[in-house]
Design a protein around this ligand. Structure first.
Ligand SMILES: O=C(O)CCC(=O)C(=O)O
Length: 284
């Protein structure tokens, strides 16, 4: 990926998101789709389970959007994709950070007919980190369309008041409700943008921008791989580890300091040239 232009950075600052085309080549997209098949069947090639397995074939509600977080721990190709230096550098630039760590990857698979993901602000879930900031790269593994339940982003909503983490993430009845209430408080008519892009393209979003997705009303699946980045200088806030998804990721805190462990939050790019060494990938 080429360096982001000043115009693209301005666009991100104004809108809270930015679309970038052709981030993944088609061969990579195809391999990632196959890896999704394995992971959602519980086949973890490294022998390590992802941090969150929210959907498995034969066990879970087929009407929900399938989700796994930190698939990189289980799968070499997912790791190779979300460890990309160029993505880390782009995210650091957008976040105005000295570097980027991988906080979490997110594998999302919305089959035909599957239900929504409630609109939310990502940063609300990481009050246990300082700075409380995420910048994400949402990579489409299928051509996306509004009817297919693609990602919806609310332009400019990163400037709205900060919400609390919400429990209605998976399959809510009224998936835009929390955002609409926030818009009413702001006195703003929300400008909802559906990200319609070809597979392999991506959108970057600010951690306070409201986003989510509707039902898949098409006959094609809608899959995406998301890289949630945080500042390389992020630290734990020990007294807030019970908030948001702190109970899941706070287990990686060391007892004696607030530093993030590179084994779990690898550094993808840092302006002094440092990067967490990559694990060998035996089959690639
Ligand atoms: O793909 C979706 O439906 C939601 C994605 C999301 O919440 C994110 O990328 O932060």
């Amino acid at each position: 990926m080429r360096l982001l232009s000043p115009h693209q950075i301005d666009q991100f600052r104004n809108d809270g998101f930015l679309v970038v085309e052709n981030l993944l080549d088609f061969e990579t997209v195809e391999i990632l789709r196959q890896r999704f098949e394995h992971l959602f069947r519980g086949e973890f090639e490294t022998g390590i389970s992802p941090d969150e397995v929210n959907w498995q074939v034969g066990e879970s509600d087929p009407s929900l959007t399938r989700q796994i977080c930190n698939g990189w721990k289980a799968d070499f190709m997912i790791a190779r994709t979300v460890f990309r230096t160029d993505l880390g550098r782009a995210i650091a630039r957008l976040g105005n950070w000295p570097g980027t760590r991988l906080f979490q990857d997110n594998l999302l698979w919305k089959p035909p007919g599957a239900r929504p993901i409630g609109l939310h602000q990502d940063n609300a879930y990481v009050g246990w980190l300082t700075p409380q900031e995420i910048v994400s790269c949402w990579m489409a593994l299928d051509d996306t369309q509004a009817q297919g339940g693609t990602l919806e982003l609310v332009r400019g909503s990163h400037r709205w008041a900060h919400s609390q983490p919400d429990s209605t993430f998976h399959g809510p009845q009224r998936y835009r409700e929390a955002m609409e209430q926030a818009a009413t408080i702001e006195g703003i008519a929300p400008d909802i943008v559906s990200i319609e892009i070809p597979c392999g393209s991506a959108s970057f979003h600010h951690g306070w921008v409201w986003h989510g997705s509707g039902n898949n009303r098409t006959t094609s699946p809608r899959r995406a791989l998301v890289l949630h980045g945080i500042s390389s200088a992020s630290e734990f806030v020990p007294e807030r580890l019970n908030e948001g998804n702190g109970p899941i990721y706070g287990r990686y805190k060391h007892p004696d300091d607030n530093q993030l462990d590179e084994n779990h939050f690898p550094i993808l790019w840092r302006k002094d040239g440092y990067r967490t060494p990559e694990r060998p990938c035996p089959n690639l």
